[in-house]
Design a protein around this ligand. Sequence first.
Ligand SMILES: Cc1cc2nc3c(=O)[nH]c(=O)nc-3n(C[C@H](O)[C@H](O)[C@H](O)COP(=O)(O)O)c2cc1C
Length: 187
Amino acid sequence: MSIVGISGSLSNPSRTTALVELIAGKTASAAFSKKAIITVGDIAPSLGLALNPKLLPAEVSLAYEKLASADVIIVGTPVYKGSYTGLVKHFFDLLDPKVLSGKVAVLAATGGSDHHSLVLEHQLRPLLSFFGLHTVPTTVYVKDSDFVKEEGGSYRLNNPDVSQRIDTIVEQTLWLLSRNTVQSIAA
Ligand SMILES: Cc1cc2nc3c(=O)[nH]c(=O)nc-3n(C[C@H](O)[C@H](O)[C@H](O)COP(=O)(O)O)c2cc1C
């Protein structure tokens, strides 16, 4: 079992990466599985220049290999100009449309205010449905004011209601994973 988180943030430190790491950590603990995090900001220079899916830079190919081997993917993006970031879309534009089919996906986003929380339902969910992913019904959108900065500079979620929502997401993820297992045994 493998959990792979993708943070679409270009910042470091990043609230989005902190959120994706938190969801991935809780899911991995509950599923007794390993986890890995891909940060789009880390591969941004090579990803941004990549135009041909058949000629991908090594670090982009490596990220796609990690995704292909995942059972659950957690996709987190900051809201930029009312949408997911351009590089998140580019990351998915270059990906083979077949490799994620049937996996389970968790949707997460961060934003400066509540105004764009429906980005998750109106934009990110349709994108992930295109790939044939089973998206978890409960999503999580976190405002900047719900994070605190730690002494070392990284962000930490500081809202118990959001934390509880993540626990619900983990429960739903495990349920969808159990259905996937039943289907693969029956096949
Ligand atoms: C270029 C840019 C555009 C943004 N546009 C929006 C927006 O339309 N709506 C919103 O709520 N927040 C917007 N924000 C705020 C970020 O979504 C928010 O600060 C987020 O938590 C940043 O995540 P990060 O710490 O991972 O970079 C924008 C930030 C940037 C840098």
